[in-house]
Ligand binder design. Structure first.
Ligand code: BYC
Ligand code: FE
Ligand code: FE
Length: 483
């Protein structure tokens, strides 16, 4: 059953959770609201606060028509609290409570674990907006600028989604955690964001596209797992967030694809067949393919760290208690309890990578990471097809999971992208071929000049195949200067 009629849209905070009848939570959220607006206003460069941006806003939870497009000034965006419709008689999909009725209230014994996962999820959302805060100033087109801001406002909404859960279900403690989500900030010395990848910089647009392709995809996998939660409000919240997430990965896949396309086009126009003729390619104002591969290596390996340790009792506990499921738990054909099941886990034995069968319960993170790798390889294949079609001999590759890791069994070990363990010295000598160097960064930065004429694109990126909301090529996605 669709919950359409119940979306309150005329209130300060649009919602389909009957906020106007829940005064305690409404008050807590309204108290939190000004801090959020301050955070947004301090963050997004002033020039863009008054611009009219052609954004989609979630106005219902009907999968066929949940969003509407219109010009909006970002500080006036309607950040709503929207949960996917309740599934009647939903049961707990995994763990020792498998088959019991899903929880509508927080199960007391799992309160701390649940709160921790919600806080971690909530912490990433504003972290990503902080990382992307300066990109508007160097947008390669109005189309791309609009996509950036769309992703930003939706990550803002995802923060609201987690804050709602904290304030509604976790009492005073939850309200404090909600406040802290606006205090930590990406890259801060005193109070950094909780997970590593959200304290890295997103310094240029190629990084932004790689981030939305690889790191937002970790978001997708984690949200899919939390959508399998036996705590029903969390499940419903995550299910609706996933409808927005698809666009973020679209921005990433098409963004990287358009950069590759433009490079191949310029190589072809100039009769360059060697992708490693880097100086010549760069002199034509496009990013050479080996440098794109280095960016890919970096963002992919940072994103793998977000899956935690390969063998994790935290993950086992979350699964066993029914708080966090596996990817597509409902489609898996087993007992959903994993009492005696095993799962192959990569381990290091005498510096050799081996696959070892481990109790499946403790291998939940590893399994999700495997699902992620498969999911992430799809777009890479499509980029490669495009290069082949354009007659350019080059293939992008996901590096081995042991490469450039900070978390898990491979952490800090000098593996190359093929998965061969090197000596520290050899690794350091060669790593300039595998990870972006400061001179790569300087070159990419030199290309980051804004291009804000409707229908025009910076020289290093191809135009998209289709417009947003079927708009024509010269559509003014952002009206920068309002009289
Ligand atoms: N950085 O047993 P383990 C998104 C800690 S992205 C720093 O493996 P667990 C988005 C860990 O906390 C999705 N620390 O941990 C994307 C633990 O510490 P304690 C975000 C790390 O819990 C783009 C210890 O190491 N959502 O939405 O099994 C734009 C032992 O590790 C890291 C979630 O992540 C790290 N990378 O697994 C916007 C879902 N990894 O407790 C948004 C919620 C591990 O021993 N989070 N540690 O002190 C989780 O499910 C889990 O917490 C994790 C970690 C999968 C992240
Ligand atoms: Fe998000
Ligand atoms: Fe996202």
């Amino acid at each position: 059953m669709l919950d359409l009629v119940n979306v309150e849209y005329d209130t300060l905070i649009p919602n389909n959770v009957n906020l106007s009848k829940d005064k305690r939570v409404q008050k807590a959220l309204e108290k939190w609201h000004p801090g959020y607006i301050n955070w947004w206003n301090d963050l997004i460069p002033q020039d863009f606060q008054n611009s009219l941006v052609y954004l989609r806003t979630a106005v219902s939870v009907d999968p066929k028509g949940w969003a509407k497009f219109d010009y909006v000034k970002m500080p006036e965006y309607r950040w709503g609290i929207l949960l996917a419709p309740e599934v009647e008689d939903r049961t707990i999909p995994c763990g020792e409570h498998y088959g019991e009725k899903a929880w509508q209230e927080v199960p007391g014994e799992y309160r701390a674990m649940l709160q921790r996962l919600i806080v971690i999820q909530g912490d990433t959302e504003p972290g990503s907006v902080e990382q992307q805060r300066f990109l508007g100033k160097t947008a390669p087109s109005l189309y791309d600028m609009r996509n950036l801001f769309q992703v930003n406002v939706e990550e803002g909404r995802h923060l609201w989604a987690m804050v709602y859960l904290l304030q509604k279900y976790f009492g005073r403690n939850g309200r404090e955690e909600a406040d802290d989500l606006l205090i930590r900030s990406s890259g801060s010395e005193e109070a950094p964001r909780m997970l590593g990848a959200f304290n890295e910089e997103t310094p240029d647009w190629l990084s932004f596209f790689m981030f939305t392709y690889f790191t937002d995809r970790d978001g997708k996998m984690q949200l899919e797992s939390l959508a399998q939660s036996g705590f029903d409000p969390l499940s419903r919240t995550c299910r609706f967030m996933l409808t927005e997430e698809a666009h973020h990965m679209f921005v990433g896949e098409t963004g990287v694809g358009r950069v590759i396309e433009r490079t191949c086009q310029v190589m072809n126009e100039n009769g360059i067949t060697d992708p490693y003729d880097i100086n010549k390619i760069r002199s034509l104002g496009v990013i050479d393919l080996p440098t794109i591969q280095k960016k890919l290596n970096m963002h992919y390996s940072l994103s793998l760290d977000l899956f935690g340790q390969e063998v994790s009792t935290n993950a086992a506990n979350a699964f066993n208690s029914g708080i966090k499921g596996r990817y597509m738990e409902h489609r898996l054909d087993d007992d959903h309890k994993l009492g005696d099941a095993t799962y192959p886990v990569t381990q290091l034995e005498d510096d050799k990578i081996v696959l070892k069968d481990m109790p499946a319960l403790t291998a939940i993170n590893m399994r999700l990471r495997d699902d992620y790798r498969r999911d992430a390889s799809g777009g890479v294949g499509r980029w490669n097809k495009m290069m082949a079609k354009m007659g350019v001999e080059f293939e992008m590759k996901l590096p081995h999971e042991a490469f450039n890791r900070d978390i898990g069994v491979f952490a800090k070990k000098p593996f190359d992208p093929e998965g061969t363990l090197l000596g520290e010295t050899e690794f350091n000598e060669k790593s300039k071929d595998w990870l972006p160097t400061s001179s790569d960064a300087d070159f990419i930065t030199s290309l980051m000049v804004p291009c804000v004429e409707p229908g025009k694109y910076a020289g290093w990126i191809a135009p998209p195949k289709v417009g947003i909301d079927n708009k024509p090529g010269d559509f003014e996605y952002v009206k920068l200067h309002i009289a």
